[in-house]
Write a protein that binds this ligand. Sequence first.
Ligand code: GLC
Length: 704
Amino acid sequence: MNLTDVINKMSLRNKIEQLSQFRLTRDDFEEMKDKLKNECIGSFILADSATAGNAELKPLTREQINEIQKVAMENHGIPLLFGHDVIHGHKICMPIPLALSASFNPELVENSYKYIAEECRNDGINWSFAPMLDLCRDPRWGRIIECPGEDPYLGEKMAEAVVKGFQGDDDKINIAACAKHFVGYGTAEGGRDYHRGEISEYTLRNYYLRAFDSAVKNGVATVMNSFNEINGIPNVCNKHLLTDVLRGEMGFDGFVISDWAAIEQLTNNGIAEDKQKAAELCLDAGIDMDMVDCCYYDNLEKSVEEGKISIKTIDEAVMRILSVKEKMGLFENPYFETVEYSKEKHRQISKELATESIVLLKNNNNTLPLDKNQKICVMGQMANDKRAVLGSWSLDCDINETVTIYDGIKSRAENTFYFDCSIPKDRTLEDTYDTDVVIVVIGESDKITGEANSIASIELSDEHKHLIKCAKKLNKKVIGILSFGRPRAFESVIDDFDALLYAWHGGSQIGNAIGDILFGDSCPSGKLPITFPRMTGQIPIYYNCTATGKGVDGYYNKILSHPNYWDTESSPLFPFGFGLSYTQFEYGQINVQQSVISLEEIKEGKTFDLSINIKNTGDFSAKEVVQCYIKDCLASMVRPQRELKLFEKVMIQKDKSQTVTFRIGAEQLGFYNSQGKYIIEKGDFRVYIGSDCLANNYVTISIK
Ligand code: GLC
């Protein structure tokens, strides 16, 4: 297909239409069919509101989508893209992306997105606005649930997993992925969605850009800008980021779409006097397709006539869009066919991911796993919830597929009953006195997470605390199951639990996952992808922080003078990478073949080869996430105390050992300086290997 010929046959009007995305629901179907008879629209978004994640959809059938596509193909031969927010599931719901990161299992995540892609294509969706790759350190921000967490390397691995899962790892794209929101959206001040961020070049490249770079390296077809302004420039019209960095440096060759009406929004923050100016700024900056506000559609012809936008610029944007469509094979095969897929397989992978995402935070005296013959009292409405546990951006998912937490327990232990604490009948409470153990399930609605849903305090609510008090009244062992989308602060109640599981908004199969974990059919292996603060006031608190000159850093408790605060500890409640198991893992010494390598050899690709033996000394065969952190001890810029550089999730049978090897080279030892240049410097590096970021087991390697 010679795309240049295609473009040369298009009128200017058609080209501008190709740069435009319209909304498409059942209500717009006939109108859009008519429109396509004369117009060369580029794409439709199957959504009817800006925060599609929180609004019920009126979906079209696959047949209707094909009908629309047929009109486009018959009238101008250019296939349409049908985009939709499929963030962590379409029919069967996977855990929210933040929980997927907690699995530290990119291979499993990749496989799940292959299944999600099957469900998408079966419903006429060939473009998903995922993965969301905004690194975030602020649990007040509702969209933290969609992100891969606070660490850039984990973000890189999740970006790769979703892009390869959605697009497939061969040259023909299955469904187009979209790396969003470029870039730094997660720095929104105060956790207030859409608010500004301030990011230095140094921080931008060493933290916020990395997951996007991974998506680009893995061939992501599209990128979406973030709503907010970074360093005083709205990302939707930031030419330095969209063109110089994303395309020039990172080599992105797909196309960029604006976020919902983000172009028009330039007229709200004093950047553009009108929609035409907004259109010109954004097209020139590198936004190829305009989502739903018609700024391009209504104004670019005038911009060309007035000489403010060149035809060349328009042709380049059209070429990028057509190139993606060609890579997807849409010109040859634009229509959707029935995709036969196994619902059972999709349920199974959702359960596996939920199981591997659950984090065991506490297990005093081996309270867990439970015996299935025990009498179990379950408290808390969240135990019966089918909706909230799916999380935000899951409204297409089939709620009838949800296995509730209570169902998951009851189906495994017949002596389970539910006690409703909200009904103050003390007499009834006595009925529970012969119970053996209490499971209290607390959580938050999906509706206070996701876009435009931030909270000022992450402390638990009075209702949460009432439930826990209720459970304590029974004077039995209390197991907490926390089903939230984001980290919440629960230091004040941590001592009330004998065991504590963080189940996130764990998706359709959360009940079965909890059931398997509670009764030992599976061993918890999740690790925190984000730091858990003791209280809201500690935010932002993150593991890859730098030390101060005073030696007061708090996170790692090397307090030389005094705590960071008088009203709380300096350290987090739970650190990044933390998660317990039912078994114990004994880490041996770290062996390094050659601990000194020259800078020249490192630049030529030589690596430090490390190995470590880990022994499972407990009673359960289990998976462990072996984490490798590096500290650059002496550098031309202040470097973090620890940085996750590699990890491997391994299954180790009980009483057995496993050797894990890590290769550390230029990619792990360098950093971007303030001029945005990647540099590697001589000096010592500490390599920590362990089960979370506080690992003290280290060796020193040196670049000479
Ligand atoms: C929303 C979100 C974005 C989503 C888009 C389309 O405002 O910011 O993540 O993909 O609009 O629904």
